[in-house]
Design a binder for this molecule. Structure first.
Ligand code: PLP
Length: 368
């Protein structure tokens, strides 16, 4: 009979590829590849992690009650509609596996967060990628792709890796056009970064309709990526579904306490939000001045387009940055682009000076 065999569709999967974390031969590389916060978490969150150490022999609260109460208060939401998870990745995964299986279809943006196709395929579902429009989700394309077999439409808004967003009117139009049986998942991982006036993360649609879920994370501007905490806001029937089979202790004590302290420290978050928007816009202006194509971003990263002709390609720039200890993100599906996360002031300035030198064709005299 041979060795145990997994589903064929699992064997067809390629594992998630995270952003690089090391640069050969460079001791303390500057990591601008994973959209982590440049400023780190609230000092109050760090204190909470230390204080929680004494209690780690205890299982955490399976209901994450205090954290959910704090999230509800800050966002003006109903507690019973909030669920916390081991990062929003866990919640997205649970949603996909709860609603889609063999023979079902899952719609998402062709350029988008790679967790959706990985998990949809792991569930045995059929992947329906839709080409983006102006780098954001393509509402008409997604609506045209819906069939009787469609179970989920998942939209990262703003989009990762492009940084573009859909205005609220477009999200509403998408929801309105979907049949009632299709679950619309709004992944608002970068909601805290958005400064555009016509953006909403999605709470309001969740409260108005039975087929909309919003997911959020503490990994980006709250800067707790290493602890793994996310949350979702969903109709009661969806919360009930996920509660039936999520891991009972999915948020550890330190993660719970740190996220609680972080969400209560909105003054700190406000500082991070202004810093991020300011440097994102600065990076955009500098890279544009260098002559590169920058996608207009509402996130804590920018997607930068390079010329196709050597020696100024994205691949060559990436290698050059790595050699100088700067790690950015290159995607196989975007051969002419690099995704660069907002860093500290020193890191941002160092990066621009390197890229300017590289594009001037005198790279070896540039930067450090
Ligand atoms: C970073 C990111 C997440 C967050 O994942 P966590 O599991 O909460 O760390 C979710 N969606 C998108 C689009 C992201 O870029």
């Amino acid at each position: 009979m041979g060795a145990p065999k997994a589903h064929d569709w699992i064997m067809d999967l390629a594992a998630y590829v995270p952003g690089k974390a090391t640069a050969d031969g460079v001791k303390n590389p500057v990591k601008m590849s994973a959209n982590e916060s440049a400023l780190g978490p609230s000092p109050k969150a760090v204190e909470a992690i230390k204080a929680s150490a004494a209690g780690v022999m205890r299982y955490p609260d399976p209901a994450s009650h205090d954290l959910i109460a704090a999230i509800a208060k800050v966002h003006g939401l109903r507690e019973e509609r909030i669920l916390c998870g081991t990062g929003s990745d866990e919640l997205l995964t649970l949603l996909i596996h709860s609603y889609a299986g063999v023979g079902d279809e899952v719609i998402f943006s062709e350029l988008g967060f790679s967790v959706y196709p990985i998990q949809a395929q792991a569930a045995g579902a059929t992947l329906v990628p839709v080409p983006n429009k102006d780098w954001a989700a393509n509402v008409d394309g997604m609506l045209a792709a819906v069939t009787d077999k469609t179970k989920l439409v998942i939209v990262d808004n703003p989009n990762n890796p492009t940084g573009a967003y859909l205005p609220w009117s477009e999200v509403e139009r998408l929801q309105k056009g979907l049949p009632e049986h299709v679950l619309l998942v709004l992944d608002a991982a970068y909601a805290e970064c958005v400064t555009a006036g016509d953006y909403e993360a999605g709470e309001e649609l969740v409260d108005r309709f039975e087929n909309v879920v919003m997911t959020r994370t503490f990994s980006k501007l709250y800067a707790l990526a290493g602890l793994r905490v996310g949350w979702m806001y969903a109709p009661d029937h969806v919360v009930d579904v996920i509660n039936r089979w999520r891991m009972p202790f999915n948020v550890s004590n330190p993660a719970h306490d740190a996220a609680l302290a972080a969400v209560k420290d909105q003054a700190y978050l406000d500082e991070v939000v202004s810093f991020t928007a300011e440097w994102r816009d600065w990076l955009t202006a500098e890279l544009t001045a260098i002559g590169l194509d920058v996608v207009k971003s509402q996130t804590n990263f920018v997607l930068v387009g390079f010329p196709e002709e050597s020696p100024f390609t994205a691949g060559e720039c990436n290698a050059y940055l790595l050699k100088h200890g700067y790690i950015v993100r290159k995607f196989g599906v975007l051969p002419n682009h690099l995704r660069i996360s907002v860093g500290t002031e020193t890191q941002n300035r160092g990066l621009i000076s390197l890229i300017r030198g590289f594009m001037n064709g005198s790279p070896d005299e540039a930067g450090q």
